[in-house]
Ligand binder design. Structure first.
Ligand code: HEM
Length: 425
């Protein structure tokens, strides 16, 4: 017997004008209400309308309009990704500081160009496509286990297990040693929230230290026993394309940590958010299930999930000189927060943006950012989501939520910690 479908979700955003104005005026990223974590979009809507270049009480700026954000991504000279000045006082001399200031995402050219070349080479389209059979096998194993259980947590049992398995495969981490990966990743990324609590700092520093110690042994062993560079990403990163492009030991270890972090929670959130959204939008779900054999339709659906509930909601840049954005001059050294989630619901770019439209076209979302720092793992993320969703829906078309979803409670990354569901009767 099919499980009860959820009632159709009203695709409207109701916000009285005076409330929108007040929200925009009082908005502070460092002091967010539980309502915001549950549903940030009315807040973003209010900001786009009344304060699209919003000065925060701490002197930083939050941008929420698509058209104001693209030029920031484009002008990487004026809008730097180098976080040394910002993270120095935030983290103090610490493993977290060393990690976050070494990874490519928080650097400018030429260091960024050097490291990115190595990573992009290691994650080329050809290598990603070769991962599909291993990915399908991993996914089918998880589906089998869930079918036996009947009641599952769609995050722990599925959405989080896929990227951990894939990145474990990518770096060649033995299956029995993957246990701590997820907690390390959550702790290191947790330290990037707008407010760094002492608990988050301790957890983040411990995770960087423990993971570095683990990777030192893994990398030393791989150096001693190099694998086929056509198959093994870590071997490719160790060898580089040529000597001048080779990474230093410290760069290598920190990029490995970064790959885990960049590819884990983000992809978990994409898959988890998609499975949740489908419970809220039954008509879209029915259409998707009816067209599961159409890979182009699945591809489009994944793009819409990326837009609709962007797994990474916020990005950051710092100005190197004065620039004008949306008619407002920002002085040098202005800290900018890029509202990815807000831009991806901007009605000036996306007609009817609060509606999940799995066939949306065009769909020029910025969930993977834009410009020289565009996500280097986007092909892998897309493949993981496409395989995960297609095989899940083919196996469990009638899945339903079976308890209260628990959100991650973070502003930068949007996703669930737990998503209890019934997949089989
Ligand atoms: C749904 C999944 C994902 C999302 C939404 C996502 C999102 C992003 C975003 C927004 C950025 C740009 C950050 C900035 O501009 O400062 C980025 C960068 C990056 N991502 Fe992803 N990502 C995902 C999955 C992955 C995966 C699976 C990997 C690899 C295993 C990966 C590797 C990277 C790398 C290496 C960068 C740095 C690029 C650079 O600075 O040049 N990402 N990602």
């Amino acid at each position: 017997m099919p499980l009860e479908p959820a009632p159709p979700k009203a695709p409207t955003l109701v916000l009285p004008p005076e409330r929108a104005y007040d929200i925009a005026r009082g908005f502070d990223l460092r002091s967010l209400s539980p309502d915001f974590y549950a549903d940030p979009y009315p807040y973003y809507h209010a900001l786009r309308q009344h304060a699209p270049i919003k000065a925060m009480p701490d002197g930083s700026w939050l941008l929420t309009r698509y058209d104001d954000i693209l030029p920031v991504y484009r002008d990487h000279k004026a809008c730097s990704s180098d976080k040394k000045k910002e993270f120095g006082p935030k983290f103090g001399p610490s493993p977290l500081l060393e990690h976050h200031t070494t990874s490519l995402i928080f650097n400018d050219p030429p260091l960024h160009t050097h490291v990115r070349r190595a990573i992009v080479g290691a994650l080329s389209q050809r290598h990603i496509a070769a991962m599909e059979p291993g990915l399908a096998k991993l996914v089918d194993g998880l589906l089998d286990t869930m079918e036996t259980k009947g009641e599952v947590d769609l995050i722990a049992d599925y959405a989080a297990a896929i990227p951990i398995g894939i990145i474990g495969n990518l770096l060649g981490i033995p299956a029995e040693e993957r246990g701590p990966l997820r907690d390390w990743s959550l702790a290191i990324l947790g330290a990037l929230e707008p407010v760094l609590t002492p608990e988050r700092a301790v957890a983040g520093n411990t995770a960087v230290t423990d993971m570095l110690a683990y990777l030192e042994v893994l990398v030393a062993d791989r150096r001693a026993h190099l694998r086929d560079p056509n198959v093994d990403v870590l071997t490719r990163l160790i060898l580089g394309e040529n000597e001048s492009e080779r990474l230093t030991e410290s760069q290598l270890l920190h990029q490995c940590i970064f790959l885990l972090n960049a590819g884990h929670e983000t992809t978990t959130n994409l898959i988890g958010n998609a499975l949740y959204a489908l419970t809220e939008w039954p008509a879209e779900r029915a259409k998707l299930i009816a067209g599961l054999s159409d890979s182009a339709a699945i591809g489009k659906a994944v793009e819409e999930f990326l837009r609709f509930e962007s797994p990474v909601q916020l990005g950051n840049r710092i100005t190197t000189h004065a620039i004008v954005i949306g008619g407002i001059e920002l002085p040098p050294e202005s800290r900018i927060t890029i509202g990815i989630g807000a831009a991806n619901r901007d009605p000036a770019q996306f007609p009817d943006p609060e509606r999940l439209d799995l066939a949306r076209e065009p769909n020029r979302h910025i969930a993977f950012a834009f410009g020289i720092h565009t996500c280097a793992g986007l092909n892998l993320a897309r493949l993981e989501a496409q395989v995960a969703l297609t095989r899940f829906l083919a196996r469990f078309p009638d899945y339903a939520l079976a308890g209260d979803p628990v959100r991650g409670g973070r502003a930068r990354f949007r996703g669930f910690l737990h998503l209890p569901a019934r997949v089989a009767l």
